[in-house]
Design a protein around this ligand. Sequence first.
Ligand code: NDP
Length: 327
Amino acid sequence: PPATRIGIVGYGNLGRGVEAAIAKNPDMAIAGIFTRRDPAQLKPLGASVPVHGMDSLLRHKGAIDVLALCGGSKDDLPWQSPELAAHFNLVDSFDTHARIPGHFAAVDAAAQAGQTTALISAGWDPGLFSINRVMGEALLPDGATYTFWGKGLSQGHSDAVRRVPGVAGGVQYTIPVPEAVDKVRSGVRPDLSTREKHRRECFVVLQDGADADAVRRAIVGMPHYFDQYDTTVQFISAEELARDHGAMPHGGFVIRSGNTSAPSKQVIEYRLQLDSNPEFTASVLVAYARAVHRMHAAGQFGCKTVLDVAPALLSAKSAAELREQFL
Ligand code: NDP
């Protein structure tokens, strides 16, 4: 069968990750990169990959099977996904959990009208972690589900640190508290407060003349972001920030523990340890783009999420091959 042709919309961290992921999947091909910036200024990883302005996207419709939307969840996807779902099959990684029902409704209306297939909120959380939370509860109804994140770089919390007066640069890592993880893994189903589950670690570069103590207090007391956590703030140089904190590691685990009878404890754990959050998220998007292409060919139109997709649809292998190798 011919390759599934992917159009990459937005070329930031995730967009570059999608380009890299397609290179690892021989049944997928890049139709082009589409950007709101000047296409001549973008340097794709692959020298021969065409870069176009967003205004030309509709003209390439016949050459694209699925769009991989790589814009930000805050400002881009809320309007890009519904607008583009009217014309294209697509996947996005919308990750504002509380707004997913509204995003689904908007994308579904557009995709139903346009007879396209649009899968939202693919990635790892939401995404693979969501599947594991659903499975855990379905398999062990008498139980409790726990999600731990990290050790990982949090984009939102790093942005919050950088907005504090006196801060020239910085990053924030979210770290699961080992005692809490051990307790959950033992199957005793503990009640854990926010503070007991995660701690936060900040590495901060001060502006010249800034008061370190005032900066530390402003960070650890910041409502919602830090005040409910044990937070440490370490001051470093701009060189150290660039040298030691340029990567975007992340990960975490979803644990379901439950009882099938009073003495029988059952524990399920799903774990991710990621050197690059955007590159991994992009790999997930590409696998779901394959599924979207197949679901569209089967006439399954409208908005979908990872919870609607059978695992076999993600694989490049045939159903017979999968039965032989993995069952
Ligand atoms: P970026 O900020 O790197 O990119 C977002 C958009 O900004 C790009 O699509 C691009 O659009 C524009 N952009 C990128 N670089 C520049 C620049 N130098 N100047 C101007 N504009 C630029 O975000 P990420 O790729 O890191 O993340 C995208 C989203 O992925 C996040 O908002 C997050 O919600 C989601 N995500 C989801 C996960 C999940 O598990 N579900 C996990 C990780 C991320 P354009 O080319 O059109 O200018």
